[in-house]
Design a protein around this ligand. Structure first.
Ligand code: FAD
Length: 430
């Protein structure tokens, strides 16, 4: 008999809760990863940087497992087909995983759980991706929170009462199933090619965290961790990161709590996936001008800070948080384009794309979300520029033609667009 450990968005063997419990069980453990056709078929770009990222991580995991006498079994298929094959090939004692909270993932896991149950194979899932799951931080009335600050206070109070453990799965690899596995499929085998985007590594210096509070808002500085993609795919442990944040920077810890807040919101209020968190806001009559949307995507709006951000995103798969807020506000308020259009564009481009945070960020900017900006607060792109990139270091990097005649005129007038946004929201919300 063997136990399967199914890697999904936890692509590491160190401090991995589900893997730890699998290795601690009676049976040897076969680690598995599935390049899920249901997901990959939805991606338009054959050089999607996230697929390269995952592929690199999978290769490293496989190497580590081989060094310990095992190997990673990798499928390119639907999860259902992959498990049908595993059930045929092996006498499975159980399947171990870490919980994944997105709507698709929950449905997928339910399907696999039922498939396994048909042969009485148990499916075990563990908390690994977050410090606190959606049901663990509730109001005194046992309701989910709808606003960040009280959620955060509860989260911090709860953290103070527990010990964050390290699960030393890395010390238990001797319990891997000792069988040579087929070579993992290449990127080409799964229909992709290598990205030329630079992929950030998972290291972050204490010094960066120590200066995080003062530097994080300035896009020209390297003031943030760039760990988004690593948190997305679990190539670092959230417990380790929280412990470090606790000892160095409350501001950084605060951002990690935002991550869990938006995950909690998505889990409790799944309607946010395609509707406003606050239902009234679904009545806003978006203008949705396709030509203006295209200019926004390409970074040709004539607003330097917006254009710099969009070009950074297109070139690197990354955009600084301050600038994400500015471009999202500009799209939804200045152009009155549906936040879902912007959200979709980010989802296709961001290396650190996370459904919950992306949705939360967009709904925040559009004023439709949880802690949303009141609708009459419209970011002024010029004062954002003045405040956060005064010397134009960030902007000139991405918009080198700024001071030439080649740089386009603004596609809308700031004052008029601001007033139009306020009037439109006001009328729609009654
Ligand atoms: P750091 O500043 O170093 O923060 C560390 C980590 O904390 C991040 O990696 C992330 O996991 C978490 N974090 C930081 N800020 C937030 C936040 N506001 N909400 C939730 N988690 C946060 N973040 C994503 O991870 N994926 C997304 O798809 C995403 N889309 C966004 C869309 C919009 C419109 C906006 C305004 C924000 C979005 N964010 C998203 C949040 C934030 O911009 C990014 O997490 C951050 O810029 C990533 O860079 P970093 O890793 O250097 O972050």
């Amino acid at each position: 008999k063997v136990n399967v450990f199914w890697h999904r968005r936890d692509l590491r063997y160190i401090d991995n809760v589900g893997l730890y419990y699998a290795l601690d069980s009676e049976e040897p453990v076969l680690p598995v990863f599935i390049f899920d056709k249901n997901i990959l078929n939805e991606l338009d770009d054959p050089a999607d940087a996230r697929v390269t990222f995952i592929h690199d991580q999978i290769a490293q995991l496989d190497e580590a497992y081989r060094r310990s006498g095992g190997g990673l079994r990798v499928f390119y298929d639907t999860p259902k087909a992959a498990f049908e094959q595993l059930m045929e090939e092996y006498d499975l004692a159980g399947v171990y995983t870490n919980r994944d909270y997105e709507p698709y993932a929950r449905q997928r896991d339910q399907e696999i759980k039922e498939l396994l149950a048909s042969q009485e194979i148990p499916f075990y899932s563990f908390k690994d991706q977050v410090v606190f799951e959606q049901g663990e931080i509730l109001t005194d009335q046992e309701e989910p929170y709808k606003v960040f600050t009280p959620y955060k206070n509860k989260w911090l109070a709860k953290l103070a009462g527990i010990q964050l453990d390290h699960y030393n799965s890395e010390q238990k690899l001797a319990a891997l199933y000792a069988e040579k596995q087929p070579a993992i499929p290449s990127l080409k085998d799964i229909g992709f090619s290598r990205t030329d985007i630079e992929l950030p590594n998972a290291e972050v210096r204490d010094e960066l965290l120590a200066n995080y509070a003062s530097d994080r808002d300035y896009p020209a500085k390297e003031g943030t961790s760039r760990l988004g993609v690593h948190l997305r795919f679990g190539t670092i442990s959230i417990r380790e990161l929280v412990l470090r944040a606790q000892s160095i920077s409350d501001t950084f810890l605060n951002e990690l709590i935002w991550r869990e807040f938006y995950m909690m919101i998505l889990a409790h209020y799944p309607h946010v996936v395609d509707r406003a968190f606050k239902p009234k806001y679904d009545q806003i009559p978006w203008i949705n001008d396709e030509e203006q949307f295209e200019k926004w995507c390409q970074g040709k709006t004539g607003y330097p800070i917006v254009d710099a951000g969009m070009r950074e995103l297109n070139a690197t798969g990354y955009m600084h948080n301050r600038i994400r807020m500015v471009v999202a506000s500009f799209l939804t308020k200045h152009l009155l384009i549906d936040w879902r259009w912007g959200e979709r564009y980010f989802a296709a481009k961001l290396l650190d794309f996370e459904l919950s945070s992306n949705n939360g960020g967009w709904q925040w900017a559009a004023g439709t979300g949880t802690d949303a900006q009141p609708y009459f607060r419209v970011f002024n792109p010029y004062s954002q520029q003045e405040k956060f990139d005064k010397e134009l270091r960030y902007i000139r990097k991405w918009v080198p033609e700024l001071e030439t005649s080649r740089y386009p005129d603004p596609i809308v007038d700031h004052k008029a667009a601001r007033q139009r946004a306020i009037d439109t929201y006001k009328k729609a919300l009654g």
